[in-house]
Design a protein around this ligand. Structure first.
Ligand code: ADP
Length: 582
C-alpha cells in the first residue's frame, strides 16, 4: 500500500498535520491554563486585600478574638476559604477549620512572600482539605504598620474541570482537523495521481503493441503537460512504427522475391530469418530453420566455416562451395552486421550459370569442330586436285563429288542453324490446324523407308489411324518425326528395328520413336537436346548435332514436351507430346 505515491503523500501529510495540530493544542492548553491561574491569582489577591481591609478595624480595636467569626462570614460570602494570620504566624481566624487544631502558619510560602512583598501566592495540596489549592495572601496594614496577613484559598478542582473541558474541545478540534486534512490530502493526491496511473496503464498497453491510445487529461498543470507530451510521443511512436512496419513489409517482399538465398544468423550462429529461396536452394523446410544452429539447418561444413570466420573476424567472407550430392555450385557472401554480433549470409546458386557456361563452351567447341572437318577435307581435296589430280579426269570427278558432298554438309549445317535460330526467335510462325498424326507419321515413314532398307532395319509404323486430331503445324511435326527416325536409323546396327507408335493421353497425344540401337549413356541423357551435342559414338558419323535441338524447339513451340529413355547397348525411345485439338 505504501509503495503508492498517493498513500505516501497522504501519510506524510497526516503525520505533519498531527504534529502541527498536536503542538498547537499543547500550546493552547498551556496558554489557557496559565491565563486561568493568573486571573484566579489576581482575583484571590483582590479578595485577600478586601478581607485585610475588613479585619483592619479588629486589629486596631484589639478585637482579634472576633477575627475567626469574621473569617467564617467572609468565607461564606466569597465562597472561598479565608484565613487571617497574625504577624507571628498564629492563625487568628479560619473560615473552614477549628482554630485550636491549626498550627502556626509562619512557614507557609504565601505568608512569607506576602510579608516580604505585600502579596504572595502558592499552589499546593492542602493536608487539611486534601485538595490541590491556590493560596493568595495580602498583608493587613493598620495605621501604616503591618499587623497581620489575610489569606484566601480556592481549590483548583474548577480549574481542572475547566481545563479538562478546554482540552477536550481542543482534542476534538484537532482530531476533526487532522481527519479532514488527511481526507483532503488523499483527495488531492488522488486527483493528481489518477492521470499518472492512467498514463501508466496506457504505457503498459502500448508496450504490448496497442498504440492507438490517448490519455485524456483536461488539467493545465504539470500532469496535464505530461499527458499531452505523452500523447504527442505516442502519436510520433505510432507514425514511426507504421513507417518501420511498411519498411519491414517492403523488405520482406524484396527478400521473398529474391532468387538468392538469405540467412540471418545471430552471434551464436543461430538462424533468425530465412527467405523462400533459402528453403528451395538448400532444401530447408519453411519454419524449420528459425532458432536452430546454422550447421544443423544447412548441413554443409564449408558454408558453415565461412560463416564462423565471418562471425569471428567481423569481416566479409566470400567463397565458392560445391555441394556434390546435389550437383550444386554456390557462391557464398557472409557479411557481418555493424550493430550486433550477427551476420547476413547471401547464397547465389551458380549451377545454372555454370551449366550455361558449359553449354556455351561446348557449343563453340562443337561448332568449330563441325566446321573444321568439312573445311579441312575441302582444303585437302582442293590441294590434291591442284597438285595434279585435276589432270586425271576420273580422279578429279571423284574428288569434285566429295567436295560437293562436303559443301552440301556445310550447307545443311547452315540451313539447320538458320532453322533453329528462326524457330527459337519465333520468326517462323507455326501454321497450326487440326492434324491427324497417323497421316504425318505415314509420310515420314515413307520418306525414310529406303534409308531404313539400306541400313538393313525394319521400320514399323504402329500408329492407329483413329487417333484424335492434334492442333499442329504438320510440316514441322513431320520434321520432328524425320529427325527422330533418322537418328534411330543412324544409331541402330543392321538387323535392328525402328518403330513409331502413338497414344492419346490426358489432353495430349504422345508419339514415340523406339529403336533397338546403341542407346545413350546415362550421363549423356540430359545433354542430347543441346545444340551441336553429339555422343562419343556419333562423333565420326555425319550429322550436325542440331537435329534434336530443332525437334525440342518445335515441340515446345506447340506447347508440348520431348524426352528420352535409353539403355546403353539396348536401344532408345524418344517421345514427345502435342496437345489435342479441343
Ligand atoms: P546428330 O546430327 O548428331 O544426330 P542430334 O541432335 O540429332 O544430332 O543428336 C544428338 C546426339 O544424340 C547424337 O549425336 C547421338 O549421340 C545421340 N542420339 C540421338 N538419337 C539417338 C538414338 N536414337 N540412339 C542413340 N543415340 C542417339
Amino acid at each position: 500500500m505504501f509503495r503508492s505515491i498517493r498513500w505516501r503523500i497522504a501519510a506524510a501529510f497526516a503525520v505533519l498535520l498531527i504534529v502541527c495540530i498536536g503542538g498547537l493544542s499543547a500550546y493552547l492548553s498551556h496558554f489557557f491554563h496559565d491565563n486561568y491561574m493568573h486571573n484566579l491569582r489576581a482575583q484571590l489577591a483582590d479578595q485577600a486585600r478586601l478581607v485585610g481591609d475588613a479585619s483592619e478595624s479588629y486589629f486596631v480595636g484589639g478585637e482579634t478574638g472576633s477575627l475567626d467569626s469574621l473569617a467564617k462570614r467572609l468565607g461564606e460570602q466569597i465562597d472561598a476559604r479565608v484565613t487571617i494570620v497574625g504577624l507571628d504566624g498564629t492563625v487568628l481566624g479560619d473560615s473552614d477549620e477549628d482554630l485550636l487544631e491549626m498550627e502556626n502558619h509562619s512557614d507557609r510560602p504565601e505568608i512569607i512572600e506576602a510579608l516580604e512583598e505585600g502579596t504572595g501566592g502558592d499552589v499546593r495540596r492542602s493536608e487539611t482539605v486534601h485538595r490541590e489549592m491556590m493560596y493568595v495572601a495580602a498583608v493587613i496594614v493598620a495605621d501604616g504598620a503591618t499587623v497581620g496577613v489575610a489569606r484566601v484559598a480556592l481549590p483548583l478542582t474548577e480549574i481542572d474541570a475547566a481545563m479538562g473541558h478546554i482540552n477536550a474541545v481542543i482534542a476534538v478540534g484537532a482530531v476533526i482537523a487532522a481527519t479532514l486534512g488527511v481526507l483532503l490530502a488523499f483527495q488531492m493526491t488522488r486527483i493528481t495521481v489518477d492521470p499518472v496511473r492512467r498514463l501508466t496503464r496506457i504505457s503498459k498497453d502500448m508496450a504490448e503493441g496497442n498504440l492507438s491510445q490517448e490519455v485524456t487529461v483536461a488539467s493545465r498543470d504539470e500532469v496535464g503537460d505530461l499527458a499531452r507530451a505523452f500523447n504527442r510521443m505516442a502519436a510520433k511512436l505510432k507514425e514511426t512504427m507504421s513507417l518501420v512496419t511498411a519498411e519491414r513489409d517492403r523488405m520482406a517482399i524484396v527478400l521473398e522475391s529474391m532468387s538468392d538465398a538469405i540467412f540471418v544468423v545471430d552471434g551464436e550462429g543461430r538462424v533468425t530469418m530465412t527467405n523462400r529461396a533459402a528453403g528451395k536452394m538448400l532444401q530447408v523446410p519453411r519454419g524449420a530453420a528459425a532458432g536452430r544452429h546454422f550447421i544443423e539447418v544447412v548441413r554443409d561444413h564449408e558454408i558453415d566455416a565461412l560463416l564462423q570466420k565471418c562471425l569471428e573476424k567481423r569481416e566479409q567472407q566470400t567463397g565458392l562451395v560445391e555441394i556434390r550430392s546435389r550437383r550444386q555450385l554456390l557462391n557464398i557472401i557472409a557479411t557481418p552486421f555493424q550493430e550486433d554480433r550477427g551476420c547476413l549470409l547471401l547464397i547465389q546458386d551458380l549451377t545454372e550459370l555454370r551449366r550455361l557456361e558449359t553449354v556455351r563452351r561446348d557449343f563453340i567447341a562443337n561448332l568449330s569442330h563441325e566446321l573444321r572437318t568439312p573445311i579441312t577435307s575441302l582444303k585437302a581435296l582442293g590441294e590434291t586436285l591442284s597438285d595434279g589430280a585435276v589432270d586425271q579426269p576420273s580422279l578429279a570427278r571423284d574428288f569434285l563429288e566429295k567436295m560437293n558432298a562436303e559443301v552440301d554438309r556445310l550447307a545443311q549445317m547452315v540451313q539447320e542453324m538458320g532453322d533453329l535460330s528462326r524457330i527459337e526467335s519465333g520468326e517462323v510462325p507455326l501454321q497450326k490446324r487440326a492434324v491427324n498424326v497417323a497421316d504425318v507419321v505415314e509420310r515420314a515413314v515413307e520418306r525414310l523407308k529406303a534409308q531404313a532398307d539400306r541400313a538393313g532395319l525394319r521400320l514399323q509404323n504402329q500408329v492407329a489411324s483413329d487417333l484424335p486430331p492434334v492442333t499442329a503445324d504438320d510440316a514441322r511435326l513431320e520434321q520432328v518425326l524425320v529427325n527422330l527416325m533418322h537418328n534411330a536409323i543412324k544409331f541402330t546396327p543392321p538387323g535392328g528395328q525402328v518403330s513409331v507408335s502413338a497414344k492419346a493421353g490426358d489432353g495430349s497425344l504422345v508419339v514415340s520413336v523406339s529403336d533397338t540401337g546403341v542407346g545413350i549413356p546415362e550421363d549423356d541423357l540430359p545433354r542430347v537436346f543441346e545444340r551441336f551435342y553429339k555422343g562419343d559414338k556419333a562423333r565420326s558419323s555425319g550429322g550436325t548435332g542440331l537435329g534434336l535441338a530443332i525437334a525440342k524447339h518445335v515441340v515446345e513451340a506447340h506447347g508440348g514436351r520431348i524426352w528420352v529413355e535409353s539403355v546403353e547397348g539396348k536401344g532408345s525411345t524418344f517421345s514427345f507430346s502435342i496437345p489435342l485439338s479441343c
